[in-house]
Design a protein around this ligand. Structure first.
Ligand code: CO
Length: 204
């Protein structure tokens, strides 16, 4: 017996809906993928990458984890970046955070959460790097600000990977963007932190 039958029902309805509009959609897409963007976002169920930017399958290469972190030694995330940049030749990497992020909130607390605290340490570090900007802010403002600062920090982390550094050294075009999504109204905001060369990284 198939479990979670309702999900399989939804799947066939979805696939049939697409095939009705474009009978060749899946057969064409099965031959190759050529997404133009790598999306690094939060695992939060309210922040679904393709839907937010209204793109169909095939248009977005995606990596998601708690609080959209790019940790220098995370082989999972680094492998995604390498494949996206070196094989798929994406020209845009988007780090997309979101307001109301549970990972950021947990990192602001002082109570233990178990294993995940090791992951959240990276967000606490972002808070420490930016203590001057955060000190004195009320809790709500501090929460929003840390969600934004975390995106900006992850943009820098992407830029500092050997993958992006090598790409720029070769003179290839690659832009790293920092965005934030508002789960209260569905709207994306560009944090104007786009970096496309090492000169722009200095002093950031
Ligand atoms: Co989140």
């Amino acid at each position: 017996m198939k479990s979670l039958k309702h999900l399989f029902d939804r799947n066939s309805a979805w696939a049939n809906g697409i095939k009705e509009k474009d009978p060749e959609f899946f057969s064409q897409l099965s031959k190759q993928q050529s997404p133009k963007y790598l999306w690094i976002g939060c695992s939060d169920s309210r922040v679904p990458a393709n839907q937010i930017v209204n793109l169909p399958p095939g248009e977005l290469f995606v990596h998601r984890n708690i609080a959209n972190l790019v940790v220098h030694t995370d082989l999972n995330c680094l492998s995604v970046i390498q494949y996206a940049v070196e094989v798929l030749k994406v020209k845009h990497i988007i780090i997309c955070g979101h307001y109301g992020c549970g990972g950021i909130k947990a990192a602001m607390e002082n109570q233990p959460h178990g294993l995940i605290d090791n992951w959240l340490r990276h967000i606490k570090d972002v808070g420490r790097f930016n203590a001057e900007k955060l000190n004195g802010l009320k809790d709500d403002k501090k929460f929003d600000m840390l969600c934004e600062l975390n995106v900006i920090e992850q943009v820098k982390n992407v830029c500092n990977t050997t993958i992006v550094q090598n790409t720029w050294r070769q003179g290839s075009e690659l832009l790293v963007h920092g965005w934030i999504y508002n789960i209260q109204n569905g709207i994306l905001k560009d944090l104007d932190t786009c970096i496309s060369a090492n000169q722009q990284l200095k002093g950031k």
